[in-house]
Design a protein around this ligand. Structure first.
Ligand code: FES
Length: 121
C-alpha cells in the first residue's frame, strides 16, 4: 500500500485510478522525478519504468500503452526504449520492464506501443 497521498500530488485523480495504481505497483514511499521525452514526470520508486509509465497514465491520462503487445517480464523485448541513466554519456537501449525508476533518468525514445502526449501546452 502506498504511503504517499496521491490525491495531494495529483489533483482530480479518482479513487478508482488510485486503486488500480496500487494494484499494479510494488510498495513505494515516494515518487522520483525522471524525464520522458524532455518533460519531467514523477514515477514510483522501487518500480519499473514500464509500471511507472502505466501509473503516470492512470494519474494524468498522458500515457497510453497498447497492453496486448507486452509481456512485462523481460522476454518479448518489445519495450526496448532509449534511456539515459544519470551520469551516463550516452543513451542506451533498455527494457522498460526491467529498469527501475531512479531520479534523473531520462527516457529519450519510447518503444512502439507507448504513447506519451505530454502537457499539451
Ligand atoms: S514488456 Fe516484454 S520485455 Fe519488457
Amino acid at each position: 500500500m502506498a504511503q504517499l497521498d496521491l490525491k495531494t500530488f495529483f489533483k482530480n485523480v479518482s479513487d478508482d485510478a488510485i486503486a488500480d495504481a496500487n494494484d499494479i505497483l510494488r510498495p513505494y514511499e515516494k515518487l522520483v522525478p525522471i524525464k520522458c521525452l524532455g518533460e519531467e514526470i514523477h514515477l514510483p520508486e522501487n518500480n519499473s519504468l514500464w509500471r511507472g509509465l502505466q501509473f503516470w497514465g492512470l494519474m494524468t491520462g498522458e500515457v497510453r500503452i497498447d497492453f496486448g503487445l507486452f509481456c512485462i517480464a523481460g522476454t518479448c523485448l518489445r519495450c526496448k526504449s532509449l534511456v539515459k541513466t544519470p551520469g551516463a554519456a550516452n543513451r542506451e537501449p533498455m527494457l522498460l520492464c526491467q529498469t527501475t525508476a531512479e531520479p534523473g533518468l531520462e527516457i529519450m525514445k519510447l518503444a512502439q506501443g507507448f504513447s506519451y502526449k505530454g502537457r499539451q501546452r
